[in-house]
Design a protein around this ligand. Structure first.
Ligand SMILES: C[S@@+](CC[C@H](N)C(=O)[O-])C[C@H]1O[C@@H](n2cnc3c(N)ncnc32)[C@H](O)[C@@H]1O
Length: 275
């Protein structure tokens, strides 16, 4: 398969390896506290019908089910990846259903949702603008969509030359293979405004990577997964990749790498539409 035909899951990222399982857990550990605080601040409450798109390890979906299940709320967690689906359904929970679903190609669920959340999914899909259209159309009146995306961070200004080289190689190889766009979220929340949404908002966050924290683990494992392709495409030297790996496992090392940008908007209610 040519590089520009690859998709997430085509042996680039995703799949059933132990490295991928640990990577998904590390992503969740790094980002769940911020995601939970954001969703709470947007009014998440019992009774909501939610869709967690590209659920990965399933920790957000499980937590959401806990928040909404009273008053008849429910959560649909979807993913394309067998290993992710197995993780998300490992601890069955009232109100939570887990299904295989490709958000690019499969028909939308029949339900209309009070909340649709996707974290670190759309930036990896070439069809992201169409997917955003589809997700917005699956909102109930007054429903909220929240999209979180990896974005450029402080890589270029890192004082650690090997990390700079390795992480910029990582960004370039994701773009050259599956089409990841780390600039896309710079357009938040304007892309929600363009789709007629209201109550818009966006926030950026850069967490510390180092001290062997979950962020350091996540980026070390992502470099490990993409190392052969980074080398094949000449985007970093093996020496820089080795040195970056050592830094990321050093308890005394700290830096900032990618950022994470969240954007959100609300579909107009029925009265606003007709009035
Ligand atoms: C970087 S992981 C993020 C996982 C999780 N959302 C999180 O933030 O912890 C991206 C997830 O999106 C899933 N994914 C990729 N392409 C998808 C698609 N077309 N439809 C549904 N899920 C997809 C992957 O299988 C993977 O579980």
């Amino acid at each position: 398969m040519k590089n520009d035909e690859l998709r997430y899951g085509d042996d680039v990222l995703g799949g059933a390896s132990e490295v991928e399982r640990r990577r998904l857990v590390a992503i969740a550990e790094t980002n769940d506290p911020t995601t939970r605080a954001l969703l709470r601040s947007l009014g998440l409450t019992a009774g909501w019908t939610c869709w967690e798109v590209g659920a990965g390890a399933g920790t957000v979906a499980t937590w959401l089910a806990d928040q909404v299940v009273a008053d008849g709320g429910s959560v649909l967690a979807t993913d394309i990846d067998d290993a992710a689906l197995a993780m998300a359904s490992a601890a069955p929970q009232p109100g939570l259903s887990v299904q295989r679903h490709d958000v690019v190609h499969d028909p939308l669920p029949d339900t209309r949702f009070h909340l649709i959340h996707a974290r670190f999914v759309l930036e990896h899909l070439r069809e992201r603008e169409d997917v955003l259209d589809r997700l917005v159309s699956a909102l109930a009146p007054n429903g909220i969509i929240v999209i979180e995306s990896v974005a450029h961070g402080f890589i270029e200004s890192s004082p650690h030359a090997p990390l700079r080289e390795a992480m910029s190689g990582l960004e370039q190889v994701m773009a050259a293979t599956i089409g990841t766009d780390c600039s896309w979220a710079r357009n938040f929340p304007a892309c929600f405004l363009a789709r007629g949404l209201t109550d818009l908002g966006a926030q950026a966050r850069i967490s510390s990577t180092g001290g062997r924290n979950a962020s350091a683990t996540c980026w070390a494992l992502t470099l490990q997964r993409l190392r052969p392709r980074i080398l094949e495409q000449g985007l970093s030297s093996a020496e820089a990749l080795d040195a970056a790996d050592q830094l990321l496992s050093d308890p005394m090392f700290f830096d900032f790498v990618f950022s994470s940008i969240a954007g959100w908007g609300r579909r107009k209610g029925l009265r606003e539409k007709t009035g």
